[in-house]
Design a protein around this ligand. Structure first.
Ligand code: 3PG
Length: 209
């Protein structure tokens, strides 16, 4: 699968997960699948993240599992070894782009500015994360990119919640949104799987026109 089809599969929402305890990874993923999620991003912000990706992949082969916060080529290789199916980064670098290619991993790097978008385009990337969406200019900035970068599709993340997700999904250049609100850290720690499933189902019922 390429990154565009993964984002289409995830649409309208990709949950961004930060997992503190490896034994919670599979029940968390099960709760998200029960809520209708088809793809998840596990951030490499905790020591157990790589193991969590491997565990989820093994337990739930139907779920597309990617890694987030992939900020170095070394991490890109670790993600591939763990069976991660795509990689997300808050920014872009040539070295990271090359590592993604070497690993054969679909890659979603983050951008904010027009120059960053053009650099990513020069590397053949047409699907980009817009991060941190709300701080960087939100729906207004992203909508202004639609006419100048007509072929570029975005997955905005950062500050997106239930109450503002629809505004992003209305944009013609947004494939899906991402965010941690579906499975916040405290809810994961409390193993509140029922609430997480409900949040997932509610988010998935939003329509991406
Ligand atoms: C990300 O990595 O995409 C962000 O941390 C998600 O941002 P959020 O926590 O504001 O949803």
């Amino acid at each position: 699968m390429n990154i565009r089809s993964i984002l289409h599969e995830a649409a309208p929402v990709m949950p961004v997960l930060t997992i503190e305890e490896s034994e919670l990874a599979v029940p968390l993923a099960e709760a998200l699948v029960a809520g209708g999620m088809r793809a998840v991003e596990v951030t490499l912000r905790t020591p157990v993240a790589i193991a969590a990706i491997a565990n989820i992949r093994q337990a739930l082969p139907e779920l597309i599992v990617g890694a987030g916060t992939v900020v170095t080529p070394r991490l890109m290789h670790e993600v591939q070894k763990a069976g991660g199916q795509f990689a997300v980064s808050p920014g872009f670098s040539t070295a990271l782009g090359a590592a993604a290619q070497e690993c054969g991993l679909p890659f979603l790097p983050g951008v904010v500015t027009a120059s960053e978008i053009q650099i990513a385009m020069e590397h053949g990337l047409e699907n980009l994360k817009f991060f941190p969406a709300e701080h960087a200019g939100g729906v207004k900035l992203l909508s202004s990119y639609a006419s100048v970068f007509a072929d570029i599709r975005f997955c905005p993340t950062g500050g997106i919640r239930e109450d503002n997700m629809a505004h992003y999904l209305e944009l013609s250049n947004v494939t899906c949104v991402g965010g941690s609100w579906i499975a916040p850290r405290d809810m994961i720690a409390k193993q509140n799987w029922n609430s997480i499933s409900k949040r997932a189902a509610k988010a998935m019922s939003a329509v991406n026109e």
